[in-house]
Write a protein that binds this ligand. Structure first.
Ligand code: SF4
Ligand code: SF4
Length: 198
């Protein structure tokens, strides 16, 4: 971590690494059991139009990545999308590409589909639930617990699924609502030292 990194970034990256592990474990299990690999890949982005729950620290991570790693011309296109009412896809999607891929949200990291790619308007969770990957729950709970420490709550090693799901629900907003936030408040979020539960 560089000296210029915000204090919460390390915890966020650890939480994301745990989510990625939960996905890898589930993919290996699926491969062994049913010889299936996901169909998700570059340019396939219909899922980026879903209602995606995003916590403040995840949004701060995406904004930090945008500011540090994305060229100004593309960054400005993305920033102009904020502060307006819109039902469009995730604001970080540009020409079929996720501009914050390395710091994409937990929900994005977990969502993998088998069989055929999602069709326009399809909600695969209802149309063919069996084709949606189920990440390893224990690792996913550890990721939520890690995220909770960024909100000042102790990681006591106790994995209480109900309280962890409750925590994530409390600190998250749909991406479409984040999209309405003015850019200034999002920049302030990215320079936050510690997140609150309010
Ligand atoms: S979840 Fe669906 S839309 Fe998203 S990358 Fe996978 S197949 Fe494509
Ligand atoms: S963060 Fe990236 S992967 Fe996630 S919804 Fe937005 S564009 Fe898609």
């Amino acid at each position: 971590m560089s000296g210029n990194s915000p204090p919460w970034l390390e915890g966020l990256l650890k939480a994301y690494a745990l989510v990625d592990q939960s996905v890898s474990a589930a993919l290996a299990k699926e491969k062994a059991a049913r010889e299936r690999s996901p169909v998700c890949g570059p340019g396939c982005c219909r899922c980026c139009g879903h209602i995606i729950p995003v916590s403040a620290v995840e949004m701060a991570g995406a904004m930090w990545h945008l500011g540090q790693k994305v060229p100004a011309a593309k960054r400005n296109v993305i920033l102009r999308r904020f502060g307006r009412i819109s039902q469009e896809s995730c604001p970080f999607l540009l020409e079929g590409q996720c501009l914050v891929y390395a710091l994409r949200f937990m929900a994005c990291r977990q969502f993998w589909v088998f069989g055929v790619a999602c069709r326009a308007g399809e909600d695969v969770l209802t149309s063919r639930e069996d084709d949606v990957l189920r990440p390893d729950t224990d690792l996913k709970m550890l990721a939520f617990a890690k995220l909770r420490t960024i909100y000042g709550m102790q990681d006591d090693g106790v994995v209480d699924k109900k309280s962890l799901y409750g925590f994530i629900k409390r600190v998250s907003l749909p991406i479409q609502m984040w999209r309405m936030h003015p850019v200034k408040s999002l920049h302030e979020l990215a320079s936050t030292k510690r997140f609150s539960l309010e």
